[in-house]
Design a protein around this ligand. Sequence first.
Ligand code: ADP
Ligand code: ADP
Length: 226
Amino acid sequence: DVMLALKGVEKVYNAGKPNAVEVLRGVDLELKAGELVALVAPSGSGKSTLLHIAGLLDSADGGDVAVGGERVPQVKGEGKRTALRRRDIGFVYQFHHLLPEFSATENIVLPQLANGVSDRQAQARAAELLALVGLEHRGAHRPAALSGGEQQRVAFCRAVANQPRILLADEPTGNLDPGTSDQVFEALMTLVRGSGMAALIATHNLDLAARMDRIVRLEAGRLVAG
Ligand code: ADP
Ligand code: ADP
């Protein structure tokens, strides 16, 4: 069951200009349901570009992207890419980007309401997710009242609230100390294992990468098995 398929994906910034940067030169990747894959890539190698294309936030200049078997048009101004992103993609960044004025629970409830889920169901799902990551007692707290690791666990809950097919994370433990990283990683594992999602997690932490199902490395614009 392939959740995400990238085939020959290319990306060039400033194409045709003297300062052109060929970042992706034919990236192939398949993520299957339930799979947790580590993306290891040095700074500047195109990791964010790749995650943004896989997350339907940016378009490729060549190659194909398919989500849940459905081909995603790589054209700007196409409503379809945005619709697929809202339905199928969850994204987590190095910084949590939670809404500061809202509680942890509300941060997980709001995207569900925007997706047409009833308030009662959204509250129930938020409570269930918070319990899964060990934060059942933190639902009423605003982000500023939570530790860094707690904020990231809430960010993961929010990202999976609408049951996306694909979870993407860009160095989600990059700001955390090793013990806290471990805790956040355990929470991530729990969320992915308990769902049919596929996850691609960019990390510099080789210990965490080694605990995922497999590692892919971005080298000279292509993905190689790590
Ligand atoms: P990473 O996340 O691995 O650090 P990025 O995907 O952010 O790498 O960037 C890869 C390369 O593409 C870098 O050389 C960067 O300077 C360049 N780049 C990224 N975004 C743009 C852009 N919008 N315009 C021009 N060059 C860019
Ligand atoms: P660390 O970042 O080392 O985990 P913190 O001092 O940030 O530790 O937080 C320790 C605990 O106290 C966490 O569980 C956090 O949720 C709670 N906490 C921190 N600040 C507040 C606050 N302003 N209001 C309520 N609880 C807080």
